[in-house]
Write a new protein. Structure first.
Length: 452
């Protein structure tokens, strides 16, 4: 299938497709139907999966169940999945090299169904959570715990040329990150299963353990990698699941104040969970008052730290709207500019929301003259943190259910994409059950269904 970008910026950067020879696992197995002979289970069994069918179009389809392809593969029977803000970038076609027919989903947990002969430390029936990135466990970066920068699991040449270095493969996240089938499905193939799966203890139900895949580790990384210190005033752009847990973790790491910035009901949702939090609804600011001006009213010198938990694809003003539309940039610099002009001099700004490529009108002067520390947090190396974070979940220091508003069925996930995108029905974070899920654990929201 031909690679396909649906944004003009995307097509611009897609001219040079190719693959390096760095990867030690097979690439572009984004749906077993691509090559049933080699990728589908010989039984001929099918499964339900969420498939990208073009810009703003996802469908639940019956596709072949995956098979073991390599000796360290695990086939996981999925018992819990979810939708991430990153999936919206895929839905919108903002991420390059997504192909029609690709199975999405990078946050999931389940039970080991089968495994290749070289997998160690796991057995059939183990209940595990998967990391969203696929790491080899043994390269330069993996040895440093920086698993999202694994050099052995993604051979995409465009990604290498654009970024100047390798990044890890990611489940269900386009061919730009290796082309792996995702976990919004009943089964998923997990390469290097012994590295990319973490066993869940009985005391941590799927409804809590699932989020160690991504959102918990990502928000933690956002806070600690940007260097939040005791006493800091922290401003967070975006009150979605990532922004919410970053607020939680900023307080946990000693922030004295946290100010969340967004434009909808999610601010009230955060306030209901963390009464200490302060909020700015940028859509309700008086005409002529910028987010920066409002923040300086609240914190005269400016916050110590700014965290970007939104993304580059959402333009605020007309200039960036048209530049994005015309492919003159892939990302808007509006939020980054708000961050760098808001923080105090020598303040720290961390970028966790996804930025794809190039941006115009960046306030490089403010960054230079005021000594602003602009920090790319990377795709978060969740495996660096997940053992400690699991312990904190076990001890009750972290409660992932604080962000989970809905329990839904895999069969209705196409509808959930649309509701999550439009921020409808008070949807903050969902738990997606499959036919293999256990009954809801204590504290899990009741099942919501829309189709008869
Ligand atoms: N780096 C990583 O490892 C990693 C991992 C997971 C998610 N992410 C990214 O983090 C970002 C947030 O994820 P999420 O699941 O919370 O997404 P989300 O889309 O649910 O939330 C984003 C929030 O930002 C708000 N927003 C939009 N424009 C804004 C603006 N100009 N100023 C302030 N707020 C604005 C939206 O109203 C929304 O509530 C996404 O870009 C996602 O791709 C990164
Ligand atoms: Zn994600
Ligand atoms: Zn590696």
């Amino acid at each position: 299938m031909a690679p396909m970008a649906t944004t003009p910026g995307g097509s611009f950067y897609e001219k040079n497709i190719g693959h390096g020879n760095n990867a030690t696992i097979s690439q572009n197995i984004s749906n077993p139907a691509r090559d049933p002979k080699n990728f589908a289970d010989p039984s001929g069994e099918t499964m339900k999966a969420l498939v990208w069918m073009g810009k703003n179009k996802v469908e639940i389809q019956d596709v072949p169940k995956p098979r073991l392809v390599e000796s360290r593969d695990v086939i996981l029977k999925v018992t819990g999945s979810t939708v991430c803000g990153s999936d919206l970038h895929l839905l919108h076609g903002a991420i390059v090299e997504l192909e029609k027919g690709d199975i999405l989903g990078h946050e999931f947990c389940g039970v080991v169904e089968s495994m290749g002969p070289s997998v160690t430390g796991l057995k059939k029936g183990d209940r595990v959570v998967a990391s969203f990135q696929i790491a080899c466990g043994d390269c330069y970066y993996c040895n440093k715990g920086l698993t999202s920068m694994c050099e052995k699991t993604n051979s995409d040449q465009l990604a290498y040329d654009m970024y100047g270095g390798r990044t890890a493969g990611i489940f269900g996240y386009s061919h730009f990150t290796g082309g792996f089938a995702g976990g919004q499905a009943e089964y998923v193939r997990v390469p290097y299963g012994d590295v990319n799966l973490l066993k869940l203890p009985d005391s941590v139900p799927d409804e809590k353990g699932l989020y160690l895949s991504d959102v918990i580790g990502t928000s933690w990384n956002c806070v600690v990698d940007t260097g939040v210190e005791k006493g800091d005033v922290v401003a967070i752009w975006g009150a979605g699941p990532i922004g919410q847990m970053a607020a939680d973790f900023a307080f946990l790491n000693g922030a004295s104040r946290v100010i969340a910035i967004d434009c909808n009901w999610r601010l009230d949702y955060l306030k209901s969970k963390y009464p200490k939090i302060e909020t700015i609804d940028f859509s309700a600011l008086p005409r002529g008052t910028s987010v920066t001006a409002k923040l300086k009213e609240m914190v005269p010198r400016g916050p110590d730290v700014a965290l970007e938990c939104v993304a580059g694809e959402y333009a605020k003003g007309w200039a960036h709207y048209f530049e994005l539309l015309l492919g003159m940039e892939t990302d808007s610099s509006e939020i980054i500019n708000e961050m760098v002009t808001s923080v105090r001099s020598y303040g720290r700004c961390g970028i966790t929301g996804v930025y794809v490529g190039y941006t115009n009108h960046l306030n490089i002067g403010a960054i230079m003259e005021r000594g602003i520390r602009l920090i790319g947090n990377g795709q978060a190396p969740v495996q660096k943190y997940w053992v400690d974070l699991l312990r904190m979940v076990e001890e009750g220091k972290i409660d992932p259910l604080k962000m989970v508003t809905h329990r839904v069925k895999l069969e209705e996930l196409d509808l959930v994409y649309s509701k999550f995108e439009k921020k409808e029905d008070g949807m903050q974070k969902v738990y997606v059950q499959t036919r293999f899920s256990a009954p809801p654990s204590a504290g899990s929201p009741p099942l919501t269904t829309w189709r008869k």
